[in-house]
Design a protein around this ligand. Structure first.
Ligand code: S3P
Length: 174
C-alpha cells in the first residue's frame, strides 16, 4: 500500500483557506496515519492563540516559534504522520529547507474565490484582520505561489469535496 512505502512524513503547505487541516485530517484517516496541526502545536506551546502571539510579540517571534515547532515535529515524526502547517511556514527559508529535507511536501492549492470564501468565515487570522480580504488574498497568492511550487506535489483542493483532494494526493503518492 501507499502507507507501507512511505519513508517520510507528509506535510501540507499552501494558502490560508486551502484546506490543509481538513484535508490533512482526512488524508491521515484514509492512510491510517496520525495527524498533527502545527498551528495547534504552536498555540499549545505558547499558551495563547496565534492572533495573541502576533499581537503581543509580533510576526517575527511567531515565525521563530513556528520554525522550532516544525523542527521538533520533523525530528519526531516517523513515516506515519500527516502534518498541516500554517500558510506562512513554507515561505521561511529555514523552515522550508527542513520540510523539503525531511518530509514529502504537498502544496494544497485553491482558486482565489474559494480561499476568500473560506477565510471570510472566521476572523481568527491575524494577517487578514484589516483591509480588503479579496485584495489581500489575491496579492498573497501571487506572491507566495512560486514558493509553494517548490513542493514536489501540487494538488488542487477545490474541484470537489475534500475527499477528492484526499484521493488525488494518494494517487500522486502512488
Ligand atoms: C498564516 C497562516 C495561518 C497562521 C498565521 C499565519 C500565513 O495558518 O499560521 O495566521 O502567514 O499564511 P493557516 O494557513 O492554517 O490559516
Amino acid at each position: 500500500s501507499v502507507r507501507d512505502r512511505l519513508d517520510r512524513p507528509l506535510v501540507l503547505v499552501g494558502m490560508m483557506g486551502a484546506g490543509k487541516s481538513t484535508v490533512g485530517r482526512k488524508l491521515a484517516a484514509a492512510l491510517e496515519m496520525d495527524f498533527t496541526d502545527a498551528d495547534d502545536e504552536i498555540v499549545e506551546a505558547a499558551g495563547m492563540s496565534i492572533a495573541e502571539v502576533f499581537d503581543r510579540f509580533g510576526e517575527e517571534h511567531f515565525r521563530d516559534g513556528e520554525r522550532r515547532v516544525i523542527a521538533r515535529l520533523m525530528e519526531n515524526a516517523g513515516s506515519g504522520q500527516v502534518i498541516a502547517t500554517g500558510g506562512g511556514a513554507f515561505l521561511q527559508d529555514e523552515t522550508r529547507a527542513l520540510i523539503l529535507d525531511m518530509a514529502i511536501a504537498i502544496w494544497l492549492d485553491a482558486a482565489i474565490d474559494t480561499l476568500v470564501e473560506r477565510v471570510s468565515r472566521n476572523d481568527r487570522r491575524p494577517l487578514l484582520r484589516t483591509g480588503d480580504i479579496p485584495a489581500k488574498v489575491t496579492a498573497m497568492k501571487e506572491e507566495r505561489s512560486p514558493i509553494y511550487s517548490k513542493a514536489p506535489i501540487h494538488i488542487q483542493s477545490d474541484t470537489g469535496p475534500h475527499n477528492v483532494a484526499v484521493t488525488r494526493i494518494i494517487e500522486a503518492l502512488d
